[in-house]
Unconditional design. Structure first.
Length: 305
């Protein structure tokens, strides 16, 4: 049966502009997804939304158009713990994609090994209540202990107000911990206010913690520029992302978040998103760390294939 996308869901931007910013050679888009296609890889019965299809071929075409060399494909909640669409993208990427999976406590070691062989290097724990049902922390801790043996890391997605309650759980994890979208700061609050200060303190005190400085389109209140040729979009997010890049240059990653799930008001032009990068990583050295050195260290530690 065909899937009908959630009402109000915006399709991804069909004709993204070519970025003005030239990405360094070997750049990695370290946070993106594939959705289905639903006819081949059905969406999970437990999902909280039904997306539009966004195939691996479309992802790879975007990668080439924007100038990236590699992708990290992150399992999206609409596929639950059925990782087949993500794994299919990895094995057809010609070594240019690595993945982050979602698994349950009952996953077998040989399944983890098969995922590792396909290119998975992490699992994602999602704490955003509109996206997932609650999973007990002891179950997540079990999973973390299992995947640590493969040298994987844990990607965590949560909202800023939930960091205090999650702090102890995160610090007990036995792996590197990668935070999605800077822990979703409220960018209408002061950058030096207590909420973002807590996030910075968390990164400062825990050297195994990394952050994706991604999703300005999700965090921004000021939004994209008017379509007047000016390409400096999402200005209100810039100081937050720049602060993270400058204080933790060796532990930051950037991702497009294509195909941008759950956006109902504004769908970004992915070319404009790439043009956001030099506003948050303002030197060639910072750009190279953010886009090449750091993601390669985490996802391709053995070097180029
Ligand atoms: C993102 C953000 C979102 C969704 C998911 O897996 C997902 O469904 O991650 C969101 O709705 O904020 O990183 O893609």
């Amino acid at each position: 049966m065909p899937f009908t996308k959630t009402p109000g869901w915006l399709d991804w931007y069909a004709n993204p502009s070519r970025p003005a910013f030239r990405l360094p050679a070997g750049s990695v888009d370290a946070h993106c997804h594939v959705f289905g296609p639903g006819a081949a890889f059905p969406y999970a019965p437990s999902r909280k939304y039904t997306p539009c299809d966004a195939s691996k071929e479309q992802l790879f075409a975007l990668r080439d158009h924007l100038g990236f060399a590699r992708n990290v494909v992150v399992q999206a909640t609409c596929h639950g713990d059925d990782n087949r669409a993500m794994l299919d993208a990895l094995v057809h990427s010609n070594g240019k994609a690595r993945g982050v999976a979602t698994v349950g406590r009952n996953v077998a070691d040989d399944q983890l090994q098969a995922m590792h062989d396909a290119g998975v290097r992490g699992v994602r724990f999602n704490f955003v209540k509109r996206l997932v049902d609650f999973t007990p922390k002891d179950e997540l801790a079990d999973i973390a202990a299992r995947i640590a043996r493969f040298g994987w890391h844990v990607v965590v997605y949560f909202e800023a107000q939930d960091l205090p309650a999650l702090w102890d759980f995160f610090t007990a994890l036995p792996t590197a911990v990668v935070i999605d979208h800077m822990g979703r700061p409220d960018v209408t609050k002061p950058i030096d206010g207590p909420e973002f200060a807590l996030f910075l303190r968390f990164m400062r005190e825990h050297r195994n913690v990394w952050s994706k400085v991604s999703c300005p389109e999700r965090l921004s209140v000021s939004g994209p520029p008017a379509r007047d040729g000016e390409r400096n979009a999402y200005r209100d997010v810039v100081p937050f992302a720049r602060r993270v890049v400058e204080e933790f240059p060796d532990r930051v990653l950037w991702g497009s978040d294509w195909p941008h799930p759950n956006l109902t008001h504004h769908m970004p032009d992915d070319g404009l998103l790439v043009d956001f990068i030099p506003h948050i990583a303002t030197t060639l050295e910072l750009q190279h760390k953010l886009l090449v050195d750091n993601p390669m260290r985490l996802y391709w530690p053995e070097g180029k294939t």
